[in-house]
Ligand binder design. Structure first.
Ligand code: FES
Length: 87
């Protein structure tokens, strides 16, 4: 579990273990672009401003994952306590 921060919207939410960032945002009325919800289409790609991602998608290459600049919020999580997104 960790806290997701939406920098542009100036909002933050607690993401419990077992829930995706996308599920948490939707549960709080934040609309996000999505399609597959399984980490394969890339629709939910989001820019990471701070924090360390726990990548679980099949969209980003290992190299892209290592840069920690983009995240698929339908399936990936965080290794840090806070994950700040450009949303
Ligand atoms: Fe398809 Fe996230 S919705 S990768």
């Amino acid at each position: 579990d960790f806290t997701v921060v939406l920098k542009r919207q100036d909002k933050e939410f607690f993401v419990p273990a077992g829930q995706s960032i996308m599920e948490t945002l939707e549960a709080n009325g934040v609309r996000v672009a999505h399609s597959c919800r399984e980490g394969v289409c890339g629709t939910c790609e989001t820019v990471v401003l701070e924090g360390e991602c726990d990548h679980k998608d099949n969209v980003l290459s290992p190299r892209e994952k290592a840069t920690n600049k983009l995240i698929m919020i339908c399936c990936s999580g965080a290794r840090s306590d806070r994950l700040v997104l450009d949303l």
